[in-house]
Design a protein around this ligand. Sequence first.
Ligand SMILES: [Zn+2]
Length: 273
Amino acid sequence: MTSRALFVDTHCHLDAARFDPDRDEVLARAWDAGVCGIVIPAVGPRDWNALLEWPAKDPRLQIGLGIHPQLLPEIDEREDDLHLERLDALLARNVACAVGECGLDGPSIPGAPLERQLRVLRRHLELAVKHDLPVLMHCLRAHPALVALFCDPTVPLPRRGVLMHSYSGGVDFAKFYVQRGCYFSFAGPVTFQEARKPIAALRAIPLDRLLVETDAPDQAPHPFRGARSEPAYVAHVAAGMAAALGIDLETLARRTTETARSLFQRPFGTDSL
Ligand SMILES: [Zn+2]
């Protein structure tokens, strides 16, 4: 068969309720579009158990386990430790290929002040070190706080790396994160006409640190902007990234898929389908 571009969608909330009506069709379209793997980051304790079974059913579907900062207001702060202990136990089962989604979401989520977000994130980083896993990092409007955390000598950085998902921090922060060994993925906004900031950041990042993602059901790329996103659209994100970098889509697909396989230590699917 002729070789075709294969993609790993490294951040897709396929377990979201918005996919309940047609998840099988969404997946069929993804495989048709050349997606060979999807990383599904659980966002909170409620979702962990259900996701644990997915990789065994289809090894193209791999999972991360963590607590998204936007979920913290729904969780009683006095139970943070309990959830993190359970997370530790689940990670010990060796099913998840990453810790996360976790991170920082601005200095002022009601019910989750930055101090609490930082405490919970620090525990995720410690668990990633303990279980030797990479981290799926969400960081929105909080890059100064994340940089300060990374510079704190008491905070361990996972050997396997940190993936800055849907990176929005611009060039200067990108240079710092590159120095710290971080990886970066971009979602739909990189395809938007006005996407100057993500494109400038993208061009400042070495190709071997780049990955692709959809962040579905959110952040659909052009020409689906505003609609529900889905993993099949990762080809559109990748095309936008390739155009911005001035390389061909095949090269971007091959390199990002290689990086995803080595970062997550999963083979995902192969070309011989
Ligand atoms: Zn996410």
